[in-house]
Structures are given as C-alpha cells and as structure tokens.
Design a protein around this ligand. Structure first.
Ligand code: HEM
Length: 404
C-alpha cells in the first residue's frame, strides 16, 4: 500500500498571479493552524505554520534552532544538505545562542538606524546618478540591470569597503547560494571562493585600514573579540544579503505599483507616506518566500500541538503576512494600510534581519524617486511574460524591460 503524503510545499507561481504567494502555500489558508507538508519528494514532512500569531510564537521561541549542522528532520534548503556529515562554510545567521549573539554583536552598530540615516544623502546622490545614466541611454531599458541591482550593490560595497569593480565576481557566487538547482559541489565551491576573497580583504584591511565595516571587523579581530575567519564570514553574509534582497524588492515593487496605479499618488505624497508604502510593499511581496526553516530542540506547544525535539518546522512569512485575522483584505496592496509595519517580511525574534534599516532607507528613497522622475513609466511586456525568478531562495526578477 502506498503511503498518502501530506500536500507538497513548492515555490512555483502561476504566470497569471506572480505577485501572490505560491498556490502551494495559499492552500494552507484554512482553519488548521499547524499543517504537515511534504518536501523533497515526501522524504521530509515538517510542520507548516499557517498563521501570523503562531509564526511569531515559533520565531520568538528558543525551543527552535537554525544551526546549519545537518540533522535528520531539519527542513534546510536545499534538500542535499539533509544527512550530509558536514555542511559548507557556515554563515552566522544560522548559529544558535550564545554564538549567534556574539557574532551579531560584531555588526549591530553598523546597522543602527542613526548610522544608516547618515547614509541617506549618499543613497540619494547615487539614485540620481543611476537614473540619469539610465535615462541618458534612452528607453527601453532593463530596470534590474541598470538600476535595481547596481544601487544596493554600490551601497553595500561602499559600506563594507569592498571594491565595486569585483562585483561580478561576488554576484556570480551569491547567485549560486540562492539557486535551488545548484549542486552541492557548486555551492561549496562558491562559498569557498567568496570566503577566500574576504579572508584576503580582512588581511588587507588589517594592514591598510579604511573607514568601512571590514576595517572595523578587522579591528575586532585584533582586539580578540572575533577570529579572522568570523570577520570574513560576517562580511560575506552581509555582502550576499545586502544586494540580492533589496534589488529584488525594488524591481518587484515597481511591477506591483504599475499594476496598482491608483496607489502611486500615496507613494509620492511625502516621506511619511513613502515609509508606510515601503512597509506595505514588504508585506505584500514578502520576497523571502520559501519560508524560514527551524528545528525543534525541546518539547514545545504550538497551536495546541506538542512538538518534539527533532521535528522540523517551516514558517512561510508570506502566509503570515497575508493572515486575514491581522491584515484585513490581505491580498490587496494598500499603501495606506494602518498596520503594515507589523509584517514579518524581515522575520521576527533574534534572527530578524539585521539590514532592515538599510533596506528600508533604500526603498524609501528609491521608489518615490523612480515614479517622480519617470511619470510615464511602463513595462514593455505583459505581466505573464516578465522573467520572474522562480526556484530561488529570494523571489525577484531576472530582468524588467521598461520604457517611459
Ligand atoms: C528587503 C530586503 C531584505 C529582506 C526582505 C530581508 C529578509 C531577511 C529575513 C527574512 C531574515 C531572517 C531569516 C530567518 O529568520 O531565518 C534576514 C536575516 C538577515 N538579513 Fe536580511 N533582508 C533584507 C535585506 C538585508 C540587507 C540589506 C542586509 C545587510 C546589509 C541584510 C542582512 C541580514 C542579516 C545579517 C541577517 C541575519 C540576522 C541574524 O540571524 O541575526 N538583509 N533577512
């Protein structure tokens, strides 16, 4: 007799609804708060958290681990990690306490709101410069290649003290980490190369300090607070997290706004409105769409179910962000939504996004400026022909052909 598997959990979206969460996630918008799903062809059947309240309960609890050490039952990406004796070189996001806090502390000051606010004039200048260059070349243009990707890349390179001329090198490696079709060898190789590159950079900054994050990480190495290897891993993670994510948010936001043109005046109404619009776009689009993944380390009750050590848990942030109990009419993009900022697009709890003040600042500056400068902005292909990134950790666009 064949075993009946729970429903599958995949990332595919139909061409007609590319801005809504994948149907395999939306099918769980039912009364059942904790569901079982099949991943990796049914080999794993972790719990799936279907509502906002339980998502925050899991993400805020120390009963769950993100430790990357491969363990049976851990619903890690990608599937080949499961049961591997040794994972590739780790990134600190995945560590548990107390290591996680020690590592995060090495970077906390760099991303404080006050420090990020000081970067705003530079981000405004860069926005202006890239839009000038794009419009000077004339339409049609590719918004991803000419604007959405270079802007956050230039900002993060400058912040870290990484030469922008090397961006092709690290962008290629970063792409491998988020591509679920990459093989284990490709991922290990990409991490090795990126790690070595940053090892070299940390060593250079120790010899020739600058005014940048990698220099300050190198100073913490000299002070004995972290190892040189930690410094390189931290820098690698920020480099990787800092450009893929925001670039995708910028490009997807443009698509979402052009499909909801009645919302554009709100975006342009002023800085307060643009800030709320940014939160609503983060909620509505929730680009970390594969669900954040956890592993139960002690018995804990969630939604009336007792989870046991070893149980895998997936928290689809997009489902939490479209929970009708919290966000009324959740499938509507409403830039004036009063509680938009309650979203969990940056996750929640100790692992919530460290770079969120920077991502917010970039979006708040860039989005109104694009629509102010290009009032006739249009996408040159229909929605179902846009090249969306499907099987990747962060949802987004490979390209966006525009005219104005
Ligand atoms: C719109 C853009 C972004 C989104 C939607 C986003 C989303 C996320 C999410 C969902 C997590 C938590 C994953 C989990 O709970 O397992 C996270 C963690 C993280 N993000 Fe972001 N991110 C964005 C931009 C950035 C930027 C610009 C940076 C850095 C410059 C950054 C750095 C980090 C770091 C370092 C962590 C790990 C935090 C920890 O584990 O303590 N992110 N991000």
């Amino acid at each position: 007799m064949t075993e009946t598997l729970p429903p599958g959990f995949t990332l595919d979206r139909p061409a007609r609804a590319p801005l809504d969460p994948p149907p395999s996630h939306l099918q769980f918008r039912t009364d059942q708060r904790l569901a079982r799903v099949s991943i990796y062809d049914g080999r794993l059947q972790p719990y799936l958290v279907t509502c906002y309240e339980d998502a925050r309960a899991v993400l805020g609890s120390d009963a769950f681990s993100t430790d990357p050490t491969p363990r049976p039952g851990m619903p890690e990406f990608p599937s080949w990690r499961e049961g591997q004796p040794q994972g590739p070189r780790g990134f600190f996001k995945s560590y548990d306490e107390p290591v996680h806090s020690q590592m995060r502390k090495a970077l906390t000051r760099e991303f404080m709101v006050k420090r990020i606010n000081a970067l705003r004039p530079g981000i405004e200048r860069l926005t202006d410069q890239l839009l000038n260059e794009m419009t000077a070349k004339g339409s049609p243009a590719d918004l991803v290649e000419q604007f959405a990707l270079p802007l956050p890349s230039l900002v993060i390179c400058d912040l870290l003290g990484v030469p922008y001329s090397d961006h092709d090198f690290f962008q290629q490696r970063a792409k491998v980490f988020v591509d679920f079709s990459a093989t284990p060898d490709q991922v290990v190789q990409a991490q090795k190369e990126l790690g070595e590159y940053l090892d070299g950079l940390v060593a250079r900054k120790r010899a020739e300090p600058g005014d940048d994050v990698v220099t300050r990480l190198a100073e913490q190495v000299d002070a004995g607070a972290i190892t040189a290897r930690d410094a390189a891993d931290l820098a690698a993670f920020v480099l990787f997290a800092g450009h893929e994510t925001t670039a995708n948010m910028i490009a997807l936001s443009v698509v979402a706004l052009l499909h909801n043109p009645d919302q554009i005046p709100t975006l342009l109404a002023g800085p307060k409105e643009a800030a709320n619009a940014t939160e609503e776009l983060l909620r509505y689009l929730t680009i970390v769409h594969g669900g954040v993944r956890r592993y139960t380390v002690r018995e804990v009750e969630i939604a009336g179910v007792t989870l046991q050590p070893g149980d895998g848990v997936i928290v689809p942030l997009g489902l939490a962000n479209r929970d009708p109990e919290v966000f009324g009419d959740p499938d509507r993009l409403d830039l004036q939504r009063a509680n938009a900022r309650q979203h969990v697009a940056f996750s929640y709890g100790i692992h919530q996004c460290l770079g969120q003040p920077l991502a917010r600042a970039e979006m708040q500056i860039v989005l109104p400026e694009i629509f102010r400068r290009l009032p006739g902005l249009r996408i040159t292909v229909p929605l179902d022909e846009i090249d969306f990134k499907q099987n990747t950790f962060v949802y987004g666009l490979n390209s966006l052909p525009i005219t104005w």
